[in-house]
Design a protein around this ligand. Structure first.
Ligand code: C2E
Ligand code: MG
Ligand code: MG
Length: 702
């Protein structure tokens, strides 16, 4: 056996020549002194060319030295490097350098081995294969994606132009550096997890994360990291492809915002609110808690919008939203449902929810006027409340019930909060029935007008009749306008209804014209909506009167106080046009709202009707009496005559006479009467006028 044993130098030569790693030696001067066949294959230079050349000329590491300069030559060093071979192909290699020390000479040479890690040129790199590698290389070079390789300890070994574009660092700045340089501090631990998986031979696919650009800004990237193996299949590093998904994330965010956020106020929208509501229900169910839903509607918002314009309306919505948001806790959700409607979700806190504290706060923060250049805007809200689970168990039911309660708050006079009550549901159903019935009623002649006389106080003469609507409902009997006018206003049916009232009242005026001597005026009530509607139904009123031979001066339009407070130029214009045609105008229910005498001078009116609620308080209330007296005096100065409404007793009549009211209307004289009775009442009254106490009887019709 020993005889056949080759000499150790033969053995070593065989090992070196047969080894799949490139093995070469370098003189202390840096010249190649040996070059095995694997080196020929890997680097592309035959030994005949390589021997005697400086190593640096043969191996061109990218972005750095073959080995860091200044490292002690006497040490064994390993490093992963990216090199270009003779054909320009990229090689990822593990270089190991170790000193060869001669016992006599000391440092005699350096042994260098290069172990191909990735995409190495196969043995005997034939030109077509080399081209393939070049194709690969140019793909890497030209890719929009960042393509990076790194060692298992996270040290960057290659860095393409795409990586430079994405992260801002050049290859020279990154190769040899730890990739964690790119990590935001809070994501530093990600690298360890990634490397663990890579070391286990796994891939990390399309991992979406954030990295830092050289200039410090954050990048949203999707990275795919795969293990790099050596020829023996050992994992020796990782390749990483990173793609900028910032645009996609931003697009996704925009889409999310559009789907979930109200563009004007930036509050959650209806969709997002319902989702929150569903989540809160699930939570409350688990914890058997309760929570509160508020439905919030701005009072008279339409007036602001119509009179000041949509921009001012929008600005007001934003300001209102901001104040309400500020009044709520951070954990409360405030959303805009659309228009002037908002909702709030007050999550369970353990204690029973304190609705009144929150609602008081909301009303309070809005009580301060909103500053605007010309005049401040006063805003109030109507709020409906539903409590989970008592008032509803699913989002739809909770919202519907909170909405119903809000509706009730509007009806009760606005600027208040109403808690949901099951009776509201019944009422709503009743209203719905009634609304359907109302249209039918108009067609079936179930609607009619009654007339209540208005008497001149000085001589007791019946000088006017107020037309009041009635509904003879087949099932409910006589329905009063309080039940159906607001319903008609909500459904828009009021416009048709208003036309019908006008025609009927005008026809009655024509009939009374026959009693020529003392033809009474006919006053009729007009809803604010008739004056603010887009289509002007009042335009041909004068023409209609002409056709039936009635002088517009015989007709009095009764509008409520809200109409004169209305800033919209449209309402004022329509009233002015009507008045120019001869119609007279009365302001109804004066003293019930924010009575505003100043408003009277803005639109010309002929009469002011003091509301019966003020009349009721007159006897025995000196202050009220003084106020009414002032109202009458002011009105007279503005050439406005005053009608006292709801006079039921002699005492009340005496009081209004004392303060110089011009006319009186009320049960003391007569209730609203159907037309024939009204005519009869008028004729009888003229035949034997009842002189007011202390006054001289005047001839009828004077
Ligand atoms: P209004 O215009 O202020 O009408 C006066 C209301 O007071 C009438 O109620 C009348 O019946 C009632 N009244 C008259 N004298 C007395 C009295 O001495 N004591 C008491 N307690 N009440 C008296 P009514 O007919 O129920 O009408 C209520 C309201 O409905 C009206 O208030 C008016 O605002 C509205 N309305 C009535 N008819 C119409 C209509 O054709 N169109 C519109 N838009 N509204 C109408
Ligand atoms: Mg009236
Ligand atoms: Mg009235």
């Amino acid at each position: 056996m020993a005889a056949s044993q080759p000499s150790s130098s033969c053995l070593f030569e065989a090992i070196v020549n047969g080894h799949e790693d490139a093995i070469l030696t370098i003189t202390p001067q840096g010249m190649v002194s040996s070059w095995n066949p694997a080196a020929e294959r890997l680097f592309g230079y035959p030994a005949s060319e390589a021997l005697g050349l400086p190593l640096d000329q043969l191996l061109r590491p990218l972005g750095g030295e073959t080995f860091p300069a200044g490292e002690a030559e006497s040490q064994t060093l390993s490093a992963q490097r990216l090199l270009r071979n003779r054909h320009g192909a990229l090689l990822s290699v593990l270089l190991t350098r170790s000193p060869i020390d001669d016992p006599r000479l000391g440092h005699a040479a350096t042994l260098l081995t290069a172990h191909a890690l990735h995409h190495t040129l196969p043995a005997g790199a034939a030109p077509p294969r080399a081209r393939q590698v070049n194709v690969y290389e140019s793909l890497v070079e030209s890719s929009d994606d960042a393509i990076v390789t790194k060692t298992l300890s996270g040290i960057v070994t290659s860095w393409n132009p795409g990586a430079q574009r994405l992260f801002g660092y050049s290859a020279a700045e990154m190769i040899g550096e730890s990739v964690t340089k790119l990590f935001p501090p809070e994501r530093a631990q990600e690298e360890e997890l990634i490397l663990q998986r890579i070391a286990a031979g796994e891939r990390v696919d399309h991992f979406e994360t954030e990295r830092l650009h050289k200039d410090g800004h954050r990048l949203h990237v999707s990275v795919t990291i795969s293990p790099l193996r050596d020829a023996a299949g050992r994992v020796v590093g990782a390749s990483k492809i990173a793609r900028d998904i910032g645009e996609r994330i931003r697009a996704a965010q925009t889409i999310w915002r559009q789907a979930n956020q109200d563009a004007l106020t930036e509050l959650p929208n209806r969709h997002a609110f319902r989702q929150q509501l569903a989540l809160e229900i699930a939570r409350a169910e688990r914890e058997s808690g309760n929570f509160v839903v508020l439905y919030i509607d701005i009072d008279h918002f339409k007036t602001v919008n119509d009179s000041l314009g949509h921009d001012a309306g929008d600005a007001l919505l934003v300001a209102v939203a901001r104040r309400m948001r500020g009044a709520l806790r951070g954990s409360d959700v405030l959303a805009r449902m659309g228009g002037d409607e908002f909702t709030a979700l007050l999550p369970a806190t353990g204690n029973p929810p304190d609705v009144s504290a929150v609602s008081t706060k909301l009303h309070e923060v809005l009580a301060q006027p909103f500053a605007r250049s010309e005049h401040p805007i006063h805003v109030s809200i109507s709020v409906g409340v539903a409590v989970y689970p008592r008032d509803g168990r699913d989002p739809d039911e909770l919202l519907r019930h909170a909405d119903l309660a809000m509706y009730e708050a509007k009806h009760a006079g606005r600027n208040r909060t109403v808690l949901y009550d099951p009776i509201l549901d019944q009422r709503a159903r009743g209203r719905l029935l009634l609304a359907g019935d109302l249209r039918r009623a108009a067609q079936h002649g179930e609607l009619y007008l009654v007339y209540q006389p208005v008497v001149r106080i000085a001589d007791g003469a019946p000088v006017k009749f107020e037309a009041l609507m009635r509904w003879r409902h087949p099932a409910f009997g006589t329905v009063h306008p309080a039940r159906f006018i607001s319903l008609a206003e909500e459904t828009g049916f009021i416009l048709e209804l208003g036309d019908w009232v006008f025609r009927s009242a005008a026809d009655q005026a024509a009939r009374w014209r026959e009693h020529a001597a003392g033809m009474p005026q006919v006053s009729f009530n007009v809803s604010p909506l008739q004056l603010s509607a887009d289509v002007d139904h009042t335009r041909d009123w004068a023409a209609q009167l002409e056709r039936i031979g009635v002088d517009p001066r015989q007709m009095v339009i009764e509008v409520t106080e809200t109409v004169i407070l209305d800033d919209s130029p449209r309402v004022a214009q329509r009233l002015r046009a009507l008045r120019r045609q001869g119609f007279q105008v009365a302001v109804d229910d004066f003293g019930t709202g924010a009575s505003n005498l100043a408003g009277l001078s803005r639109i010309d009116v002929d009469y002011l009707k003091i509301d019966q609620s003020l009349i009721r308080k007159l006897p025995g209330d000196a202050r009220k009496l003084a106020i009414c007296e002032a109202i009458v005096a002011m009105s007279h100065r503005l050439d406005i005559q005053v009608i006292a409404e709801g006079i039921e007793t002699e005492e009340e009549l005496q009081k209004v006479r004392d303060i110089a009211c011009d006319f009186a209307q009320g049960y003391l004289y007569a209730p609203p009467l159907e037309a024939p009775q009204a005519t009869q009442w008028m004729l009888e009254r003229r035949a034997r006028p009842t002189p007011p106490p202390g006054s001289v009887s005047a001839p009828a019709g004077s």
